[in-house]
Design a protein. Structure first.
Length: 568
């Protein structure tokens, strides 16, 4: 992205951002009404599906068009880190390692996918990345539409109109105007815009449900188990949520004494067993690389959060409509409906379980299960809305045609649709700073790293710059802000030696432990070492300055090459 250009290279330096957002918000309702009128004439579910896709694209464009940097880059730790993961894979490194050299990855699939789409080019990753939220949310819409279309054994399936409403409600009604004032904030933005790497799990989720609903043999059970483990490589928490839902599905079949209960139990046992067998090395890798079971005061539910109300009464009518949709899906008796209902109930069970985890100070990743629940409840509300519209159709002749029912639902929910009220400047904490370009010194320094250094080199030094080095420079770093590696104390000691040691032999030996080839110095880092100065660093025979920006007596950014460093 140029200093004044957006994702498409359009000059937006002089754009009136509040005016642009307000105009888009005012323009959407009449366009939506026009689409409803066309729907009544065209009468095809595919047309409504296209409208849902375009509405999601509208939200993406309103948010991304004014930005002069990748959304959230340098503002959000998560956004910067997930870009860095992709960049180092595109630069040729292992997808099971993060941008912190040697650290095992807990979401390896995303980095490999993005690197592959870019043709393993860090430059193309930067051009591609702003569009990935749009691709992922569109894929989620299509995945829901297709995934819930599984045919039951009698050949019946859910109506295309119903599935379109499910996809539309899941994406356009899962967020509410006052979400930005809460602890968890707007689900659409916090998932698709901020963490498309996690949203990839949402895309795979309906595919897993359809495949499970269609199991007819042992080969099918094994295939679904492999599909579930693919979901685990994309985002392990989503895999866990789905497995909980499948267990509840089997338990409910047994409790209801269904004639297919033993088959359901066998399907669930084999699918989860195959998944556990295949994904177990990955789970061991997670246990070795991350201290997930270490209690922490940060892993507790905030006292300001009414936990049980967050996903229930705070959602207002959407929650009640979602409950109705769950009931509708279960009472149909077809397999996909029962699977879907069990997934929603399973998600609520996990949410309630967090009360106990909070007492143990182990309530990690609460936001992930919250957003998962919001999408599932909203999608279920789409089922409920379709059912209620059908009941009205038995009394009102004008609502009997499917297109008329869908149009009526669309008009009723229009004021609540995300594009109608979305104001990123006021509702998105990451939007404001993303409107401004990346600081010139950062851009120039990372351009140098990306184009002028060996991809095998590792950067040590200032941690604030390290996140930029991974995300824009496509280089691995010794350590950065975020999930720290288990050997963090050793890394700190190594860095202390590289920064403070004047003896070339000692400094190079320390650098060789992690393949450190470059050192990033800033005024903030310099202050940590009494007696150290730029002059002293530059007097060392093994340090060569290759980049400098700023004021040597004030704030600056300097990059030094460790001469004779052993890279890996």
């Amino acid at each position: 992205m140029s200093p004044v250009g957006n994702a498409l290279g359009i000059d937006v330096g002089g754009l009136d951002v509040p005016g642009f957002v307000a105009a888009c918000r005012a323009l959407f309702p009449p366009l939506a009404i026009l689409c409803v009128l066309l729907l009544l004439r065209i009468r095809r579910a595919g047309f409504l599906l296209a409208c849902v896709l375009l509405a999601n694209a509208w939200v993406w464009w309103v948010t991304v068009h004014p930005l002069q940097r990748i959304y959230g880059l340098g503002v959000s730790r998560d956004r910067t880190i997930n870009l860095a993961w992709c960049q180092v894979v595109a630069a040729g490194h292992s997808p099971i390692r993060t941008h912190q050299v040697g650290q095992l990855h807990f979401e390896p699939f995303w980095g490999l996918l993005v690197a592959t789409l870019s043709g393993f080019s860090p430059d193309r990753v930067l051009r591609l990345y702003p569009f990935l939220p749009l691709v992922v949310v569109g894929a989620f819409v299509l995945s829901l539409y297709w995934g819930l279309g599984a045919r039951s054994e009698d050949g019946s399936s859910w109506s295309p109109w119903e599935r379109v409403l499910v996809a539309g409600f899941a994406t356009l009604l899962s967020s509410a105007p006052m979400d930005f004032t809460g602890i968890y904030r707007v689900p659409w933005a916090m998932t698709f815009l901020l963490k498309p790497n996690h949203a990839l799990g949402l895309v795979l989720f309906p595919l897993v449900l359809r495949a499970f609903a269609g199991i007819r043999s042992w080969r099918g059970r094994i295939g679904v188990g492999l599909l579930v483990q693919l979901l685990g490589w994309a985002f392990v928490l989503h895999m866990a949520y789905v497995c909980v839902g499948l267990v509840l599905f089997a338990a409910a079949s047994l409790l209801e004494r269904r004639r297919e209960a033993l088959r359901d139990l066998l399907d669930v046992a084999v699918v989860i067993g195959v998944n556990a067998l295949v994904v177990s090395p990955y789970l061991v890798m997670l246990a070795l690389g991350y201290a997930f079971l270490t209690p922490s005061a940060f892993q507790t539910i905030a006292v300001t959060s009414p936990h049980l109300l967050e996903t229930t009464l705070r959602l207002g009518p959407l929650f009640l409509l979602g409950l109705w949709g769950v009931r509708v899906a279960w009472r149909r008796g077809d397999r996909i409906g029962r699977i879907w209902s069990a997934q929603v109930v399973g998600a609520f069970a996990i949410w309630f379980l967090y009360l106990g985890l909070s007492h143990l100070q182990l309530a990690r990743e609460r936001d992930e299960i919250y957003y998962w629940l919001r999408f599932l409840v909203a999608a279920s509300a789409g089922l409920g809305a379709w059912d209620l519209a059908g009941r009205c159709g038995t009394r009102v002749a004008a609502l009997r045609p499917a297109a008329a029912r869908a149009a009526a639902v669309a008009l009723v929910v229009l004021p609540f649709l995300l594009p109608t009220w979305w104001d990123p400047a006021r509702m998105d904490a990451y939007f404001g700073e993303s409107v401004t370009p990346v600081p010139e010194a950062i851009r120039r320094a990372t351009d140098f790293l990306r184009h002028g250094t060996d991809p095998r080199s590792v950067l040590a030094g200032d941690r604030e710059f390290a996140r930029w080095a991974g995300a824009l420079g496509a280089r691995r770093v010794l350590h950065a802000i975020g999930h720290g590696p288990k050997d963090e104390p050793t890394r700190v000691q190594v860095e202390d030696v590289v920064v403070s040691e004047d003896d070339p032999t000692i400094a190079r030996a320390a650098a060789a432990r992690y393949g450190i080839g470059y050192l990033a110095m800033t005024q903030a880092l310099l202050r940590r070492y009494p007696g150290l100065s730029l002059e002293r660093i530059e007097a060392r025979p093994h340090m060569k300055r290759v980049f400098f920006a700023g004021d040597p007596k004030g704030e600056f950014l300097a990059l030094y090459r460790v001469e004779g460093a052993a890279l890996r």
